[in-house]
Write a protein that binds this ligand. Structure first.
Ligand code: UD1
Ligand code: UDP
Length: 369
């Protein structure tokens, strides 16, 4: 019997981290599935870090990243270049992930070619079309283009039903990010010596890169960091700064040169996992980090006003801090000064997965599609 050709398309760091365990699982099932990987390279350096860690050699590399790229050219580059790949490969199914422009445009490209698409991490919603921008519309559009929906949680399944997706095509699988995290922390231990952190100080890990936080909100976040280090002599911030020039500019302007604020390059994933484990508190606007941190028992303050990941808030490991300077300071200091509050936030279970999401998706690919 002919093997099912599965073309996996991704382009940014978080997609790569979350698709890597699935690609590996598809490869393990090479008796029935043929794995073909296409990276758009919407991200270049921080995508390559992940490909190297998980030893993935793409069959196609579209190499589209430009400095300070815009959504229009990104969308059209993905659309046109993936058309050629689909014509060459003629896959039985295409898999895309999440809510980036790569995911949305690759799903549209496959739809135009009348190839069924499976959406990994389907069903996340804020129901606010500008927040996060453009991810909310990317994910709504991607869900509507896709045939198969691999949803991480019950809530994501409910959102898909509300969006008129047939129940027979919705599969609750857990989030593959937990597969990636558990594999990495169990197999790829990394030291952080070259960061020169002070072992006597608590680490507060910070990441912020979202488009809607560019400008004033990111400035407020930076001001809260400056105020927090001034008021609390026992803490140090570590901020792996996203390579987006809009982020680099503000962060360097506000935070460069302080001895308890370590501005560092984006870390390779295994090192980042070690850093999360060593951290006392995590401040982030990242989707992936919100999902990972509960597995490591770390309290997370989310630097956004809404989240499409309400499960961790309901479970008590995550709080929405927004981007108001005083609110951020007050929530961080509550965690620093109130051991009970800290314990409550660091002891909850992870609602996003158990490390077997990729296996479930592959079983569905083999048996139900
Ligand atoms: C993208 C996604 C966002 C996701 C984020 C994860 C879209 C519209 N946005 O946002 O949903 O949360 O990735 O990180 O899909 N750059 C480099 N090297 C890299 C990566 C980026 O130099 O390895 C710089 C380039 O100048 C690039 C810019 O960052 O043009 C922006 O990259 P882009 O993918 O457009 O936006 P992100 O903010 O990274
Ligand atoms: N991450 C990483 N190195 C870093 C910062 C983050 O490997 O320096 C990982 C993090 O653990 C998570 C993913 O990158 O799995 C999140 O990516 P990002 O924040 O860029 O995107 P988002 O999740 O917001 O879409």
């Amino acid at each position: 019997m002919a093997k099912t050709k599965v073309l996996t398309i991704f382009g940014t760091r978080p997609e790569a981290i979350k698709m890597a365990p699935l690609v590996k699982e598809i490869e393990k099932n090479s008796d029935t599935l043929e794995s073909i990987v296409c990276v758009t390279a919407q991200h270049r350096q921080i995508l390559d870090q992940v490909l190297e860690l998980f030893e993935i050699k793409p069959d196609f590399d579209l190499d589209i990243m430009k400095n300070n790229q815009n959504l229009w050219s990104l969308t059209s580059d993905v659309l046109l270049k993936t058309k050629e790949v689909m014509e060459k490969v003629k896959p039985d199914i295409v898999l895309v992930h999440g809510d980036t422009t790569t995911s949305m445009a690759a799903a549209l490209s496959a739809f135009y070619a009348k190839i069924p698409v499976g959406h990994v991490e389907a069903g996340l919603r804020t129901f606010d079309k500008y927040y996060p921008f453009p991810e909310e519309i990317n994910r709504v559009f991607t869900d509507s283009l896709c045939t198969y929906h691999f949803a991480p949680t019950d809530k994501a399944c409910e959102n898909l039903v509300k969006s008129q997706i047939p129940k027979t095509h919705i599969y609750k699988t857990g989030n593959t990010v937990i597969d990636a995290l558990l594999y990495t922390v169990n197999n790829k231990k990394e030291e952080l010596k070259e960061l020169n952190l002070n072992n006597d100080l608590k680490i507060i890990l910070l990441t912020s890169h979202r488009r809607e936080n560019f400008g004033k909100p990111l400035e407020e976040i930076c001001k809260s960091v400056l105020e927090l280090v001034k008021r609390n002599k026992d803490i140090q911030f570590v901020y792996p700064v996203h390579p987006n020039p809009n982020v680099q500019k503000t962060v360097n302007e506000f935070l460069y040169g302080h001895d308890r604020i370590h501005l560092i390059k984006p870390l390779e994933y295994a090192q980042f996992c070690t850093l999360m484990k060593k951290s006392h508190i995590i401040l982030t606007d990242s989707g992936g980090v919100q999902e990972e941190a509960p597995s490591l028992g770390k309290p997370v303050l989310v630097l956004r006003d809404t989240t499409e990941r309400p499960e961790a808030i309901e479970h008590g490991t995550v709080k929405l801090a927004g981007t108001d300077k005083n609110e951020i300071i007050s929530l961080v200091e509550e965690l620093l000064q109130n051991p009970q509050e800290y314990k409550k936030m660091s002891e909850a279970v992870n609602p996003y997965g158990d490390g077997f999401a990729s296996k479930r998706i592959v079983e569905i690919l083999k048996n139900s599609i």
